[in-house]
Ligand binder design. Structure first.
Ligand code: ZN
Ligand code: ZN
Length: 203
């Protein structure tokens, strides 16, 4: 069993052509492929009005509640919706790097999604962010030169980005992490670290 998988889509990402109808929260929970499992459906596909219903279903299945946010234009919409963590598409734009700071100030762990697929400049990413090694995308780049210079700057999370039941693995991502000599950073403890670095956060 894997230690953790926080980037998984379900049928709540209705409209994402890669998601199959069998990819229900119930089935993901039943498969139990990792000790810590989080669902991170696309915020814009869940629909703002349905986020609480989504969160209830995910929590009810015993899973962590995440969301995947497509850039800074969704920043104000996600503010009022509490999740256990947020996964963010950081495009190579000033407004998206700034959004990372604003998300961190909201007090929940922030994971930078598949930066190699979005040309994210990791030099501009705040070091309190977690950086993802994503099983769907990491093998499509020269990952050693992309991630190598940053292994001491960030903590990392390893994810499947599963859209279908048979994607619930992290084979390529774990190989890359081993080669880079980085470990999978556990979600537990991340919040405490963020709060220490961001004393403005209350609660
Ligand atoms: Zn994504
Ligand atoms: Zn995704």
């Amino acid at each position: 069993m894997l230690a953790q998988d926080l980037h998984i889509h379900s049928t709540w990402s209705n409209g994402d052509a890669a998601v199959v109808s069998e990819q229900t929260i119930g089935l993901i929970a039943e498969l139990g492929h990792a000790h810590v499992v989080g669902i991170s459906d696309h915020f814009e596909l869940i629909g703002e009005d349905f986020f609480e219903e989504y969160a209830r279903e995910v929590r009810g299945a015993g899973l962590k509640v995440g969301m995947e946010i497509d850039g800074s234009r969704w920043l104000s919409a996600v503010q009022s919706h509490v999740a256990d963590y947020r996964i963010f598409h950081c495009y190579d734009r000033d407004m998206d790097y700034k959004a990372l700071d604003q998300l961190l100030d909201m007090g929940q762990p922030v994971i930078v999604a598949h930066p190699n697929a979005l040309s994210t400049n990791l030099d501009r990413v705040p070091p309190e962010c977690l950086v993802e090694i994503n099983n769907r995308y990491v093998w499509r780049c020269d990952w050693r030169s992309f991630y190598g210079p940053f292994v001491n700057r960030f903590e990392f999370v390893i994810s499947s980005d599963a859209h279908q039941p048979n994607w619930l693995n992290q084979t390529v991502a774990r190989h890359v992490a081993t080669e880079l000599g980085v470990r999978d950073h556990n979600l537990l403890g991340v919040l405490a670290a963020v709060r220490t670095l961001r004393p403005s956060i209350r609660g």
